[in-house]
Design a protein around this ligand. Structure first.
Ligand SMILES: NC(=O)C1=CN([C@@H]2O[C@H](COP(=O)(O)OP(=O)(O)OC[C@H]3O[C@@H](n4cnc5c(N)ncnc54)[C@H](O)[C@@H]3O)[C@@H](O)[C@H]2O)C=CC1
Ligand SMILES: O=C(O)C(=O)Cc1ccc(O)cc1
Length: 300
């Protein structure tokens, strides 16, 4: 199917970046948008994020071939129900949510007669809202599609072509596997950042001001991650509960082993782990996913 019109529901960091990338890289595609927050709609219109910002989701999706829900994962069901009665029957429905199993279920329940192909562009920043988006966010980054069993190949191909045209590399994955992999590579790192920054903020006033004053690289990086949107991340942990708890169990065991090594002066264990982890960093750099990537260590 030729995609001529894309509706973007949710005009924050991801919705805004998607619209700007479409405008810059696929100017032949018309865009419409809706956000449930009126102030965000106003700002999105001022920034010209989409061709037309509508006051209802129904108007925004009218006549489109593709809808992309760019809302927190806990709001996907509600956003899908909002458009269920008016969505053209041929339209493909997708999203950008950070977890996929619950999204797949929510979409199937809300839109049983439509073709739904969930997606997760693994690209972002700690910023949110209608001013946060930028057109190059997806350049060279992975976008993981998690089509349910029986999803039409044509829809998968159309969505793959669209994300590739926006600069992303596309991978197809089972939703369950996606959630396990992302739990360890993204969700738990965010949880650790929230925890360590929370621990520092619970310290007595004098020590806390010293933590801020003397924050070295490691802690500064954690504060960037821990500044990420609270609603978005609350929803990720509630919706990817099983995989996060599974990975957190393993992480806690490993942390306890390190605690034991430190207490017993077992330098060999510490050195062996720190050497292995250094190799992981080197392979990430070899694959070109280093600091030059848009979402690492840079403020937008
Ligand atoms: N922030 C990041 O770095 C990344 C986020 N994601 C995913 O993208 C999605 C959006 O996240 P962001 O753009 O960062 O958040 P954001 O907070 O910048 O934007 C979300 C927007 O959705 C709107 N919204 C909420 N419920 C709605 C509803 N029912 N109908 C219409 N609009 C609604 C909000 O008003 C807000 O403007 C989330 O599912 C998140 O997991 C994926 C990759 C990276
Ligand atoms: O800002 C960062 O370092 C991120 O990790 C951004 C991010 C957040 C959520 C995702 O699902 C994907 C990417």
């Amino acid at each position: 199917m030729t995609i001529r019109r894309v509706a973007i529901i949710g005009l924050g960091l991801l919705g805004g970046s998607l619209s700007l990338a479409l405008r810059e890289k696929l100017p032949g595609i018309a865009t419409t948008g809706y956000d449930r927050d009126p102030a965000t709609r106003t700002r999105a219109a001022e920034r010209g994020l989409v061709g037309t910002v509508y006051d209802t989701a129904g108007e925004a999706v009218s006549g489109c071939e593709l809808v992309v829900l760019c809302v927190p994962v806990g709001a996907i069901g509600e956003a899908a129900r909002d458009i269920a009665d008016v969505l053209p029957s041929h339209a493909i429905v997708s999203d950008v949510g950070s977890s996929k199993r619950s999204v797949q279920k929510a979409l199937a329940e809300a839109l049983p007669s439509h073709t739904c192909v969930p997606a997760h562009p693994v690209a972002g920043t700690e910023q949110s809202g209608p001013d946060a988006g930028f057109a190059t966010l997806f350049d060279g980054r992975w976008c993981i599609l998690t089509p349910p069993d029986g999803a039409p190949q044509q829809a998968i191909d159309d969505l793959t072509a669209l994300w590739q045209a926006l600069g992303a590399k596309v991978e197809i994955m089972d939703a369950e596997h996606h959630d396990l992999v992302l739990a360890v590579t993204s969700h738990i790192p965010h949880l650790i950042a929230y925890t360590i920054v929370g621990t520092a903020s619970d310290m007595e006033d004098v020590t806390r001001s010293e933590v801020i004053k003397y924050s070295a690289g490691g802690f500064r990086d954690f504060t960037r991650i821990a500044a990420s949107d609270p609603v978005m991340w609350r929803d990720v942990f509630l919706n990817n509960r099983d995989a996060v708890l599974e990975m957190l169990g393993r992480f806690t065991e490993d942390l306890t082993a390190l605690q034991r090594a430190i207490r017993s002066g077992d330098g060999e264990t510490l050195h062996e782990l720190f050497s292995r982890t250094r190799d992981i960093r080197r392979s990430i750099i070899d694959e070109g996913q280093d600091d030059a990537s848009p979402d690492f260590g840079r403020d937008h």
